[in-house]
Design a protein around this ligand. Structure first.
Ligand code: SF4
Length: 670
């Protein structure tokens, strides 16, 4: 590929896009990142849908999507539009279309935007495996284009916008057979539809590339940026709608969304976002607003581009591969190499009462259950405070916690051998002197401590510090590195790239995140998920050190949820549950909670809970088992993509699902 997904991965700017109008709301261009959501009511129920759209708009939702599964639903969009106008609610509406081109044409008459899914607009989706010759492929593509063209023409005539919304797992058989269920397949599928739009001179197009796997979503959006840039070099691109589908609910849903959406926004990619939660859609709005606000605030304060680090931050930004590092022993544990990404608890300033702190850690670890705490970190600010680290080491031993202790200190505080301390985290701050680096490296070696160089520097000064550390003799010692800067995602990339350029690309990286205790709790969670999850999705990071979330168990739990959301380390069953919409056949929130209660103790297993049989099987992506609404009060059960139990009454379905998991040898008792 000749184009890149970002002008610079170290100092991104918002991607330049054309403005697409959705009624009164502009997307892309110089507009802020727009927030949107989707109704979950029956589209033919005008009052219920208008009520929910009104509540969404009042909560700050700028665009509301409504499903239109049939012509009758599409016709009723006119009544919903009229009812909202009567109430003085001018929020633009989007019709969500799957499988029904006729409904799309009808919907375009009444709403400001139409979303189509290239995987099922006019293409087959029967999970059929077959080879297509080039001629057969072209013939089928022309047939699809013929069905799609009338919608494009009508949208152009009426001034409607269109989203070409591809979903992982919901690609047509034609695309699947040629490209597989891959980011490449998602992109090619969307571009085929763009070809038709452009051939008609229609450019009010927005794209989405959603997946329930944040890594896949990130790769697909990036690939699409690069492919669009190849098609029209230097021209403002089409705006992007970001989302992670079937993210689930609660903390997991927020974490997954913040990883996928946040990682892209970090690179300036994304013009409108929807956070899909299996909750009341109004709950999605503050989460989306919090995510968008962080990046809207950056528009006026771009960071200057740092010096070129001389190497790429990852070998391939369109595929996940964990950065290859050497394993380093830290006390009883190793990190880096093939070890799992380690989880450490960052306790903050060294405690005055070491025994009380050790007891609190012990109680938190007990409450965290199976979540392993693999190290503890503290800060000391001066030589006088240094002794407190040894005191905590002793107290941890008295509490029977064999946890390696990491002590973070400014460079002026020399490393010393202290009880329980296995690692010295040397904090390199503005004003550091080369002589201090050599002294710290020597003292750590004499004390038998693993050294972590913690670069607390603006982006522009990181590369120089890495060079000085390696030149000061640090290259021989088994050192770790971490970077802390106002832009932690880019700082970590820069660190990885400069180490690579200097032939030290095998040094393990520690990702650090301590929550701001004075900020809003939701922001803290979302920022942690993005700042840690984005590098993890790129394969960067051998340990995460997390603290400041109110209690040891909450910090540990969040760290593990981020690792699971980034698909790096699995501690719980992975739930893929759709956000529900007007097609949903049961109370999805309640059903998901019921299924979770029965099956959440099966780490490694992916279970999908989907509201309808029309889209559910396609969109549950790589789930191992699926629980899909197939009629009023009826559920069908899937193993992978295969329906194995049809139309069981809802009351029996959870038991049947457990039986199915047991029959496949994947059940263990809680
Ligand atoms: S899978 Fe869920 S969100 Fe998707 S169309 Fe069906 S009910 Fe709606």
């Amino acid at each position: 590929m000749t184009a890149s997904f970002v002008a610079s991965p170290f100092a991104p700017r918002r991607r330049a896009t054309r403005e697409v109008r959705v009624g009164s709301v502009g997307l892309g261009g110089r507009n802020p990142i727009r927030v949107q959501s989707m109704t979950t009511t029956d589209t033919r129920d005008t009052t219920a849908t208008a009520d929910q759209a009104e509540r969404l708009a009042a909560a700050g939702c700028e665009i509301v999507r409504v499903t239109a599964p049939s012509i009758r639903d599409a016709q009723n969009l006119a009544a919903i539009r009229a009812e909202l106008t009567r109430r003085g609610v001018e929020v633009p509406l989007v019709a969500d279309i799957h499988f029904t081109p006729n409904a799309a044409l009808e919907a375009a008459e009444h709403v400001e935007k139409v979303r189509i899914n290239p995987g099922n607009y006019a293409d087959k989706k029967r999970f059929a495996v077959r080879e297509y010759t080039d001629a057969e492929y072209a013939e089928e593509l022309e047939r699809v284009a013929e069905r799609f063209r009338p919608l494009v023409r009508r949208c152009k005539e009426l001034g409607r916008a269109m989203r070409i919304g591809t979903n992982h797992g919901s690609l047509s058989d034609r695309i699947m057979n040629r490209f597989g269920d891959t980011p490449r397949g998602m992109v090619e599928s969307a571009l085929e539809f763009l070809d038709v739009c452009e051939s008609e001179g229609f450019r009010d197009v927005v794209f989405s590339m959603k997946a329930s796997n944040a890594q896949v979503a990130i790769q697909a959006y990036r690939l699409l940026v690069a492919r669009l840039e190849e098609r029209a070099p230097g021209a403002p691109g089409y705006p992007f709608h970001l989302g992670v589908t079937e993210a689930g609910d609660g903390v997991d849903g927020r974490v997954k969304s913040a990883i996928g959406i946040g990682a892209l926004l970090e690179d300036g990619i994304g013009d409108t976002i929807r956070v899909s939660l299996t909750e009341d859609p109004v709950q999605e709005v503050p989460v989306a607003r919090a995510l968008a606000a962080r990046y809207d605030a950056r528009v006026g304060t771009p960071v200057p581009a740092p010096p070129d680090p001389g190497a790429a931050f990852v070998a391939d930004p369109y595929a996940h591969a964990r950065r290859k590092t050497r394993a380093v022993s830290v006390g009883p544990l190793a990190l880096g190499g093939d070890e799992p990404v380690r989880v450490e608890l960052d306790l903050g300033p060294a405690p005055l009462d070491a025994d009380a702190a050790a007891k609190e850690v012990a109680a938190g670890i007990e409450r965290a259950g199976d979540l392993a705490c693999e190290g503890v970190g503290i800060d000391v600010a001066s030589e006088a405070e240094r002794a407190r680290a040894g005191g905590l080491g002793d107290a941890l031993a008295r509490a029977r916690l064999e946890l390696p202790l990491a002590v973070r200190a400014p460079l002026v505080v020399a490393p010393r051998a202290l009880p329980g301390v296995a690692r010295w985290v040397a904090r390199v701050e503005p004003g550091w002197q080369p002589s201090e680096l050599a002294v710290a490296a020597r003292a750590a070696a004499e004390a038998g401590l693993v050294l972590e160089w913690n670069l607390h520097l603006p982006l522009g000064y990181l590369g120089e510090a890495v060079d000085a550390i390696l030149d000061a003799g640090g290259s021989a010692a088994p050192a770790l590195f971490s970077a802390e800067a106002p832009r932690p995602v880019h700082a970590t990339r820069l660190l990885a790239a400069r180490l690579e350029a200097r032939g030290a690309g095998d040094r393990p990286l520690v990702l650090r995140h301590r929550s701001d205790p004075f900020g809003p709790a939701e922001d803290a969670l979302l920022h942690a998920a993005t700042d840690l999850g984005a590098p993890l999705c790129d394969g960067l990071g051998d340990a995460v050190a997390v603290g400041g979330f109110g209690s040891p168990e909450r910090s540990l739990s969040l760290a593990y949820r981020i690792l699971q959301g980034a698909r790096l380390r699995t501690s719980w069953t992975e739930f893929i549950s759709c956000p529900s919409c007007g097609r949903t056949l049961f109370d999805l929130e309640e059903v998901t909670a019921r299924i979770k209660a029965r099956t959440q103790h099966l780490p490694g297993l992916k279970i999908a809970v989907m509201g309808c049989i029309v889209n559910g099987p396609g969109e549950m992506a790589d789930a191992d088992f699926g629980y899909v609404g197939s009629g009023t009060g009826l559920v069908s059960l899937y193993v992978g993509k295969e329906c194995v139990v049809r139309n069981v009454p809802e009351a029996e379905a959870p038991d049947r699902l457990v039986d199915l998991i047991r029959d496949h040898g994947q059940w263990t008792d809680p």
